[in-house]
Ligand binder design. Structure first.
Ligand code: NCD
Length: 306
């Protein structure tokens, strides 16, 4: 039985297989509408979510399956003090596969150690968010035609942004990608990433706090929200939250085929006027996430063979 806690839990070949399957589903969704008939996904969300939870549920419903779960810790027995280990021991007897989001780094990994069914990490604290990464990879491959030889700018909260951490890990496995890490000094990528993935010989990166200066060189600009819920105090959040605001004026610095991505939710970091720019692809990106989640569910349930 396989769990997906980090994007690296799928090999490069398995990742290609998942993206190819997602493409096939995208082109003919009806053909997959009964694949998970009689099966259930449990969505255990101890932290707020719109897209991730609903896209997991949409994915399972599109596959002909059903969904059960909770959308806040308060509405589950966590509020009574139940451990993640005990919750999953029970839930894995009720469902066939489980997506879990938790504010504590490592909670989905703990769940996987006590589970009878495949566990998918739907976001653990500031750590990882593999299924957002799969949606991101699908978006980049579809719109840029490749996953290698790209210059990717990550802008905003690179310290707490789990979508950034996961996507850097995933993109570092492909040839000749380089990263431009754009953030205020306080929100730079964590030390463990600088010493780990970013130190590997095939990775090149620069760090800056000047978005305009680097825009023109980028193939992909990945904007992120400052992660208020992970700050220790409100003053720091207020001081840093509007460090970068992408507007139509700044978009003039970008090449005509750069794409702007964002995992959403957006707060202020992309001005709504940018939405109508054809290079703004974040709503398509959210749509693609349903198809990559459908593909992943099929793979983890062993239903991906024709
Ligand atoms: C992201 C997350 O939860 O990490 N949202 C998402 O799942 N699409 C990004 C964020 O909350 O800023």
């Amino acid at each position: 039985m396989k769990h997906v806690i980090s994007p690296l839990d799928l090999t490069i070949d398995e990742t290609s297989h998942m993206l190819n399957l997602a493409d096939k589903i995208y082109n003919d969704r009806k053909a997959y509408s009964e694949k998970c008939k009689g099966m259930k996904i449990a969505t255990l969300f101890y932290e707020p979510s719109t897209r991730t939870r609903l896209s997991f549920e949409a994915a399972m419903l599109n596959l002909g399956g059903n969904v059960l779960g909770f959308s806040s810790a308060q509405s589950s027995s966590a509020a009574k003090g139940e451990s993640v280990a005990d919750t999953i021991r029970v839930v894995s007897r009720y469902a066939d596969i489980c997506a879990i989001r938790h504010p504590k780094e490592g909670a989905p990994l703990v769940a996987s150690l006590h589970s009878l069914i495949p566990i998918i990490n739907a976001g653990d604290g500031g750590h990882n968010h593999p299924t957002q990464t799969f949606a991101d990879l699908f978006t980049i491959r579809k719109l840029k035609g490749r996953l290698d030889n790209l210059k990717i700018g990550f802008c905003g909260d690179l310290k707490f942004g789990r979508t950034v951490h996961s996507l850097i890990n995933a993109m570092a496995r492909y040839e000749n990608n380089s990263f431009v890490l754009i953030s205020p000094a306080e929100l730079r990528v964590p030390q463990y990433m600088r010493e780990g993935v970013l130190a590997s010989p095939n990775v090149s990166y620069v760090e800056t706090n000047n978005l305009e200066e680097v825009m023109g060189d980028l193939d992909v600009l990945y904007m992120t929200r400052v992660q208020r819920e992970r700050f220790f105090n409100e003053e720091d959040y207020v001081r840093l939250k509007d460090s970068f605001i992408l507007d139509t004026k700044k978009m003039e610095y970008a090449s005509k085929d750069m794409i702007v991505m964002h995992p959403l939710p957006r707060v202020n970091e992309i001005s709504p006027e940018v939405d109508s720019d054809p290079r703004a692809v974040y709503f398509d990106q959210a749509n693609y996430g349903v198809y990559t989640r459908m593909a992943l569910i099929l793979m983890l349930l062993g239903l991906d063979k024709d």
